[in-house]
Design a binder for this molecule. Structure first.
Ligand SMILES: [Zn+2]
Ligand SMILES: [Zn+2]
Length: 255
């Protein structure tokens, strides 16, 4: 039983670390090495982060992955699982619900993240738990999981909330974690890659962009949301020059 748990925890840690290096690494290699000149118009901040930043970020990301994997293993591979709404048979709610549950998980996570993030910016907590992530004032894909150990635990705890409130199949959980990570890498990319049509669509009003989260890193204030603009707009915490900054960079990309 205990052996099974340790095996599962290590399994999750191994796959999650691999995911970090493959996705963040590939994107980094592409944007910061191979096609460096090709995306210069899309660079959000003119300066470049250095390898000292990258090492700090990679080490903290591995640590965060360890903490989050442990939480996932406790939730999914111990008797605690029976208290969750995790279900095993896809047929129980059907394939469409499975897809919908991934989207609902993003909404729950965004809400959880927004309020947790506001709390972490409280002056009494900031330097203990959140400063590590903000050391990266010019984020890169490696920043995605660069958290203090306390923040990693609070970030990972969203899984506990999710499995308690939302019936999810394990494939949906995996889909959510993977999609969430990819959006996270995009948010820390350092380049804006949204297509031109996005600005005129309704989605622009609702979805975060890389510029959006980049402003949070350069200004330390405002734009606390993770996937959506909803909470920042509702609470009046959006960086006032976000749209101006978005247009400035996209106009230089699409001359
Ligand atoms: Zn922050
Ligand atoms: Zn960030």
């Amino acid at each position: 039983m205990m052996e099974n748990f340790i095996e599962s925890a290590f399994g999750i840690f191994f796959i999650s670390t691999l995911r970090y290096f493959i996705i963040a690494g590939l994107v980094f290699f592409l944007f910061y090495k191979v096609m460096l000149g090709k995306f210069s118009n899309a660079k959000i901040q003119a300066k470049h982060a250095g390898s000292k930043d990258f090492i700090h970020e990679v080490l903290h990301s591995i640590q965060s992955t360890g903490v989050m994997s442990l939480i996932a293993a406790v939730v999914l591979f111990t008797p605690l699982r029976s208290y969750t709404k995790v279900y095993a048979d896809i047929e129980r709610f059907g394939i469409w619900y499975m897809v919908l549950s991934v989207f609902l998980a993003l909404v729950v996570h965004d809400t959880y993240f927004y309020w947790m993030h506001r709390l972490l910016h409280h002056p009494r907590l900031f330097k203990y738990a959140h400063l590590t992530h903000h050391k990266s004032t010019n984020p890169s894909p490696w920043t995605s999981y660069s958290f203090h150990i306390i923040e990693a635990a609070v970030e990972g705890a969203v899984l506990i909330v999710l499995v308690l409130v939302l019936p999810m199949h394990r494939f949906a959980i995996m889909g959510f974690v993977l999609l969430g990570f990819m959006i996270n890498v995009y948010g820390h990319l350092g380049y804006e890659i949204m297509p031109k049509w996005f600005r005129g669509s309704i989605l622009f009003r609702w979805i975060n962009t890389s510029i959006y989260h980049n402003l949070h890193h350069s200004k330390f204030k405002g734009n606390y949301g993770l996937y959506f603009r909803f909470w920042d707009r509702l609470m009046g915490t959006e960086t006032p020059n976000y749209v101006k900054e978005y247009d400035r960079i996209q106009n230089q990309r699409f001359l």
